[in-house]
Design a protein around this ligand. Structure first.
Ligand SMILES: *[C@@H]1O[C@H](CO)[C@@H](O)[C@H](O)[C@H]1NC(C)=O
Ligand SMILES: *[C@@H]1O[C@H](CO)[C@@H](O)[C@H](O)[C@H]1NC(C)=O
Ligand SMILES: *[C@@H]1O[C@H](CO)[C@@H](O)[C@H](O)[C@H]1NC(C)=O
Ligand SMILES: *[C@@H]1O[C@H](CO)[C@@H](O)[C@H](O)[C@H]1NC(C)=O
Ligand SMILES: *[C@@H]1O[C@H](CO)[C@@H](O)[C@H](O)[C@H]1NC(C)=O
Ligand SMILES: *[C@@H]1O[C@H](CO)[C@@H](O)[C@H](O)[C@H]1NC(C)=O
Ligand SMILES: *[C@@H]1O[C@H](CO)[C@@H](O)[C@H](O)[C@H]1NC(C)=O
Length: 737
């Protein structure tokens, strides 16, 4: 980005958390454990602890950010163990009593009480602060944006805070009389009265010789005429920063008139007139040329900012919609104003159509906008579309994982806040089709799986359905078996829906990508999930899959069908359902397939089914024949370390153990050993660890030493153990046989 300010953000996103932050996060997460409890139920730090002021300020800031500041926790700031100077309690829900006790004895020079809960209204904040004469004289900065004032209270007593230089009452029920009192403050330099009830700004004349910054965005109740307002502004000779931006819908032409004035604002360096009507490039240009010190002009949602003057002028920042730098400036400046956020995001969206480079700084600003306006549908919707285009395909690769994670979480939050808004849902779904996000980025996969499975059953257009199916197949593997088990309802619906898709494709004789994704999803969903396996059987899965085998002869399809049947065969309570004439006919034929993985999966099913004599009571001859065939087939296979088209993976070896322990069925043992050796040779670190953790080594040792064991089985067991020793030689030596 050309925007110099953005680079630190990029670096911060891409680098590890700072040690201080890690420590603070740990302390805050464990506050309950570390602190003792007072008799009134509030927390108290261990006696000998004390924090230097900078750390204490940050500690409070992080607590506030995480939403952990409450009456119970704020009490750790009582007394003198923590020394606070910059107090940040944004959005906290604390009572007046807790506020006064915890914070008003510190030497506070700044208080940010933006959007605190109504339990702590402005008059209480002021009287709390004024209870300490040091604060009364030394508090410099007070931010009270979106804070409440009870109906019955009239005049606010700001006049007592005589040290105040910066005051912000954006979106507060603040009247002209309050302004009159505030204007008397002897040191006031910066004032934000945006979106307040002020009708008359004449009182500002009282501070005309000290006011440097005046923000009066969307001052909707003003009753003065344009000349009257301009007459006041003209008197504010020290003003360096003026913001008279407005909602576009109000069609205010105050800025238009201001721009015509020659002898106004001689020292101004920053002027914000975004949203104003009738503003032209020429008028702004003239104004800026007459004031060469100007560094910033806000022109978003106006007709200005497009001429060469603005895109070439050095040292002038513009918040606007004409180019990427202007949009970036707007996203950054207007992060707290939803009306402009919307506008800037909309401009950004059109810019992203032709975007070729990764822009982490811009994506970060989009995330900030989403976080700041969670309940604003246009912001959420436009932001989700921007996020999508900013991370599409290759672009995500250059984005820091932490940023992608934040964006993904915000998208899912939007989904929860607007459950019935289809296009937003589509954007969330589309973002998950991004392989970098789906594979590398941390986010709540359980929630995501739930959402995607529900989506699956919505009968959306085929393209969206294919996406939902493909995401399901990948997410299914990323959930733990416990999580899959918790997805009861969704799992049932998803299996049913996926089977319906398979059935339809089979009837239409259409082996497209959707069919392949669907088979893959079913395969992966049933992996280690007895519940999914039983839903499969309840929904006529066996009959449908036999139909698939009889309709299509591609090995890619066959191996997925057999892979899924393997999952069922591994479930003791269900495996007998596979012992039917049709199923056995197909697997014994596919055992001889030339495609290694087809033969492999067929063999696996046979191994599992024959290892249990129960279902074969009246067909024991058939069982023996299958076992012989299995044994003979494995003799003809290449070595276990051979390559197969499908990458076989297992989450656990536990299903193999019953197969390994029975020496009267060498063919079954042999298949299990071949399979284990195969995966161990492909991914030694994963599967060697699994062998140790699941206590599988003992089975291998037993086979190696057993007098009746099959010679080939012994050879494979020995090979696995040898490889295992080699793999762990340098760093771990579990005792072996
Ligand atoms: C208004 O402010 C002045 C100081 O500037 C103060 O003396 C006075 O008490 C304030 N009035 C009210 C009603 O707060
Ligand atoms: C604004 O206040 C000033 C000073 O109190 C007063 O003279 C003026 O008439 C007021 N203007 C309006 C439009 O109310
Ligand atoms: C966009 O405009 C700014 C001035 O507002 C200029 O500095 C910048 O070079 C322009 N960027 C592009 C990409 O044209
Ligand atoms: C936006 O509001 C937050 C408080 O919610 C404040 O800390 C931040 O400085 C504001 N940012 C801008 C650019 O106004
Ligand atoms: C950005 O998103 C829009 C709508 O989702 C799409 O039409 C457009 O093609 C996307 N642009 C790029 C370059 O992907
Ligand atoms: C999931 O499906 C893929 C693709 O079909 C396959 O390679 C993989 O082995 C399956 N994993 C499990 C555990 O079923
Ligand atoms: C081993 O398999 C045979 C059938 O081949 C069965 O009768 C026997 O019970 C099994 N032994 C164990 C220990 O499971």
């Amino acid at each position: 980005m050309q925007n110099g300010r953005s680079t630190w953000q990029e670096q911060e996103e891409a680098s590890p958390y700072s040690l201080v932050n890690i420590c603070l996060n740990f302390l805050i997460a464990n506050l309950e454990k570390l602190c003792s409890e007072r008799s009134d139920g509030t927390l108290c730090l261990p006696e000998h602890w004390s924090f230097p002021q900078e750390v204490a300020d940050r500690f409070l800031g992080v607590m506030t950010w995480q939403g952990k500041l409450t009456d119970r926790t704020a009490s750790i700031f009582q007394g003198n163990q923590m020394k606070l100077k910059l107090v940040n309690i944004q959005k906290a829900k604390i009572s007046t009593a807790a506020f006064t006790k915890a914070f008003c004895h510190h030497k506070v020079i700044e208080l940010d009480a933006t959007a605190v809960h109504t339990d702590l209204p402005i008059p209480d904040i002021i009287s709390g602060l004024c209870s300490n004469s040091w604060i009364q004289q030394n508090l410099r900065c007070l931010l009270l944006d979106s804070t409440s004032i009870p109906q019955d209270s009239r005049l606010l007593f700001f006049g007592q805070l005589t040290g105040l230089r910066v005051l912000s009452v954006f979106n507060v029920c603040f009247h002209s009389e309050d302004l009159a009192n505030v204007s008397q403050l002897p040191k006031l330099e910066s004032l934000d009265i945006s979106n307040t009830m002020v009708t008359n700004i004449s009182a500002l004349l009282a501070c005309k010789d000290r006011l440097k910054s005046l923000t009066m965005h969307y001052l909707k109740c003003l009753t003065m005429t344009k000349p009257q307002i301009l007459a006041v502004i003209r008197e504010l000779k020290c003003l360096l920063h003026l913001d008279i931006s407005d909602h576009r819908q109000l069609k205010s032409d105050l800025a238009f008139h201001l721009l015509q004035q020659k002898d106004i604002l001689p020292n101004v360096v920053s002027l914000d007139i975004s949203g104003g009507s009738c503003i032209t490039d020429g008028a702004v240009e003239l104004f800026v040329r007459q004031r060469p010190a100007m560094q910033f002009v806000g022109l978003l949602a106006t007709d200005a900012g497009y001429s060469d003057f603005f895109t070439t002028k050095q040292g002038l920042r513009v918040a606007g919609g004409a180019n990427m730098s202007q949009i970036s400036e707007a996203l950054s400046r207007y992060r707290n104003r939803s009306c402009f956020m919307k506008e800037a995001l909309y401009r950004l969206f059109t810019e992203t159509f032709s975007m070729q480079v990764t822009m982490p700084a811009i994506l970060k600003l989009v995330a900030v906008g989403m976080r700041n306006h969670p309940l604003d549908l246009p912001v959420q919707f436009t932001a989700s579309a921007c996020a999508l285009n900013l991370t599409r395909q290759g672009l995500a690769r250059g984005m820091p994982v932490r940023l992608l994670s934040e964006v993904t979480c915000l998208l899912f939050k939007a989904l929860k806040n607007f459950p019935h808004y289809q296009q937003l849902q589509k954007n969330c779904l589309l973002s998950l089709t991004n392989s970098r996000i789906l594979v590398d980025v941390p986010f709540d996969r359980f929630d995501a799986a739930k959402f995607v499975m529900r989506w699956l059953c919505k009968h959306e257009n085929p393209k969206m359905q294919t996406m939902a199916v493909s995401i399901t197949s990948i997410l299914a593997l990323q959930l733990s078996s416990e999580q899959t088990a918790q997805l009861k309802e969704e799992l049932f619906m998803a299996v049913k829906e996926l089977l319906a898709i398979v059935k339809q494709k089979t009837t239409e004789n259409l082996d497209d990508v959707t069919l392949l994704f669907t088979l893959k999803a079913l395969w992966n969903l049933t992996d280690e999930s007895p519940a999914a396996c039983s839903h499969f059987i309840e929904n006529q899965g066996l009959a449908i899959f036999i139909q698939v085998l009889e309709t299509f002869s591609e090995s890619a399809i066959q191996s997925k069908v057999l892979g899924l049947w393997n999952n069922i065969a591994e479930v003791r309570e269900l495996s007998s359902k596979l012992v039917t004439e049709d199923v056995v006919k197909h697997i014994s034929s596919l055992l001889h397939s030339k495609e290694m993985e087809v033969s492999y999966f067929a063999a696996g099913i046979i191994a599992h089914l024959t290892s249990d004599t129960q279902p074969w009571m009246s067909h024991d001859l058939q069982r023996s024949a299958l076992l012989q065939d299995l044994y003979a087939t494995i003799q003809n296979w290449p070595s276990s370390s051979c390559k197969m088209t499908a990458l076989v993976t297992y989450r656990s070896f536990k299903a193999f153990f019953p197969l390994l322990g029975n020496f009267s069925q060498p063919a079954v043992q042999l298949w299990a050993l071949w399979a284990m050796y195969h995966v161990c040779s492909k991914n030694p670190s994963k599967y060697c660890r699994m062998l140790v953790e699941e206590e599988g080594l003992q089975f291998l040792c037993d086979i190696q030493e057993h007098s009746e064991a099959d010679a080939q089985a012994q050879r494979i067991a020995t090979s696995i153990l040898d490889d295992f020793r080699m793999h762990f030689m340098n760093y771990q030596r579990p005792s072996l046989c």
